[in-house]
Design a binder for this molecule. Structure first.
Ligand SMILES: Cc1cc2nc3c(=O)[nH]c(=O)nc-3n(C[C@H](O)[C@H](O)[C@H](O)COP(=O)(O)OP(=O)(O)OC[C@H]3O[C@@H](n4cnc5c(N)ncnc54)[C@H](O)[C@@H]3O)c2cc1C
Length: 473
């Protein structure tokens, strides 16, 4: 394996290829490469967060009637819900990195961040990527501005990780004008106030298919709000369908191909979850640093103690690594999208193709992002001592709200399984040369070890350590 730093080749690595190939520092996109517009968008989000969301976070968590939808409309009015929506559908038509920055920028908004992520991700993207022109024209502009709010119903009481085991059925009405949906969905984010829902059901109990439902459709009702451990301001309800009449025009995508929608949307959702987790992690770190600098014990700020410095630096290190991996991947997705568009692919095919190429990275980012956030808020509580256990301090909210991230958008167990599964599948399809490097490692093991001096700077040592870590894999 070549561990030397080369000059730019101007090419992105393919999905999973970072494991077997070295890339140049010059080819790697980092947050230092954000352009002015991207920085401005992030600033706008942070400003919204700190002026409109954080000051009323207690009211949000108390689920004050109408507050969350109105706040989402306010964010929509500033273009924050339509960054990734094309201009011809009323959005800002920004690149993937910019829309990811929006998720990060608003990620410190506790339950508000959950509502926005669900709305802009699983609530909007199925229609944007898989809708007919008429469906897109009808729903996307209103979702992009926040006039309508979106939700997504995949999970059922008896099918979570095994999403294709859904029991909700759809049967064509005798006049051929409607599908009649019967069944139930559970844990639906934004479910209590959404206007538009992407719901999955099996036509004739077999063909897994997506449908667009609207609030108020005959036979469509919702249960009460769930009482949750955290994200208390986020609406989460069950959905019930009793001969729910869904017009045939509201079938989304191809009949029997609902799994393509469900899985593709999740790829993007996983990466965006990582972005939001980074936003939350940064806020928790900032709160912890502020506290450590002001809290005094033994006549000095606790920030002066080695144990506290160690905690704060471990938090920063993990956030930095997470951020680096996120934006590196986002740039690969942007590049792949551009190259697919240049090959003549439509907007939706290009972004979906790009996200599919980097599905392994999306799963890894989801796992890493959620676990870094858990680490950061846990250590954040510790830095706050007893006060960290009090509702008076925001770190306790961060601690409670963080936990969900390891469960939804595919549990971390499922995403770990997927990571390995997808790597092996890509290798078997000839998309990833795992055998070549594996044989090189086995040859190296049989030969005389190479003790060559690769340099003794910290960076050279880190490069060598990473190259060596890849070998056992
Ligand atoms: C607050 C909240 C909001 C949500 N929002 C939405 C939403 O908007 N829309 C929606 O459709 N769903 C939503 N969900 C549902 C969520 O996606 C599921 O809870 C999640 O996919 C896990 O499914 P489950 O709860 O049925 O757990 P299960 O699938 O029963 O899993 C239980 C445990 O078994 C493990 N497990 C399962 N299968 C395997 C396996 N093959 N190998 C190893 N371990 C395995 C899991 O990792 C987990 O640890 C939400 C859930 C919550 C709690």
């Amino acid at each position: 394996m070549d561990t030397s730093i080369t000059t730019s080749t101007g090419t992105s690595l393919k999905g999973g290829e970072w494991l077997i190939k070295e890339s140049s520092a010059f080819d790697t996109f980092t947050p230092e490469d954000f352009n002015e517009e991207q920085l401005m968008v992030r600033e706008m989000c942070l400003q919204f967060l700190h002026t409109e969301v954080i000051p009323i976070i207690d009211r949000i968590d108390k689920m004050e009637q109408g507050l969350m939808p109105s706040l989402m409309e306010k964010a929509g009015g500033q273009g924050l819900l339509g960054a990734g929506v094309p201009e011809n559908l009323g959005g800002l038509g920004k690149d993937f990195i910019t829309s990811t920055l929006v998720n990060e920028g608003l990620g410190g908004g506790y339950s508000f961040s959950v509502a926005v992520s669900a709305h802009t991700g699983i609530g909007t993207l199925p229609i944007l990527y898989f809708g007919t022109e008429a469906q897109k024209q009808k729903y996307v502009p209103k979702l992009g501005t926040g006039e309508w709010k979106g939700a997504y119903g995949l999970t059922e009481p008896n099918s979570g990780s095994d999403a294709l085991g859904a029991k909700t059925t759809a049967t064509l009405s005798p006049d051929g004008k409607y599908y009649l949906l019967n069944g139930q969905k559970s844990w639906i984010t934004n479910g209590g106030f959404a206007d538009v829902y992407t719901v999955f059901a099996k036509i004739d109990g077999e063909k897994f298919t997506a449908f667009i439902l609207e609030r108020g459709m005959e036979g469509f009702t919702q249960g009460p709000e769930e009482h949750k451990m955290g994200i208390k301001g986020s609406s989460t309800v069950q959905l019930y369908f009793q001969d729910c009449k869904v017009p045939v025009e509201n079938v989304l995508g191809e009949i029997g191909k609902g799994h393509i929608i469900a899985f593709n949307i999740l790829n993007i959702g996983r990466l965006k979850l990582c972005a939001a987790a980074i936003g939350g992690s940064k806020l928790a770190l900032t709160d912890s640093i502020r506290y450590a600098n002001t809290r005094e014990q033994f006549n000095t700020a606790i920030a002066n103690f080695g144990a506290i410095k160690h905690k704060l630096s471990e938090m920063a290190i993990r956030i930095w690594a997470n951020e680096s991996a996120l934006y590196r991947t986002s740039k690969w997705i942007d590049d792949k999208e551009t190259s697919l568009a240049n090959e003549g692919k439509q907007f939706n095919e290009a972004l979906l193709g790009a996200a599919e190429e980097y599905a392994i990275e999306c799963a890894i980012l989801k796992v890493h992002g959620s676990e870094v956030l858990d680490f950061v808020v846990d250590e954040g509580v510790q830095v706050h001592g007893g006060n960290g256990y009090s509702d008076e301090y925001t770190i306790s909210r961060g601690y409670r709200d963080s936990r969900i991230n390891r469960i939804y958008e595919g549990t971390n167990e499922i995403n770990r399984l997927l990571t390995v599964d997808m790597l092996l599948k890509r290798a078997m399809k000839g998309k990833l040369d795992l055998m070549g490097p594996a044989q090189a490692v086995s040859k190296e093991l049989m030969g005389i070890p190479e003790f060559g001096n690769d340099g003794d700077t910290a960076f050279a040592k880190a490069i060598k350590a990473i190259a060596n870590m890849k070998k056992p894999f």
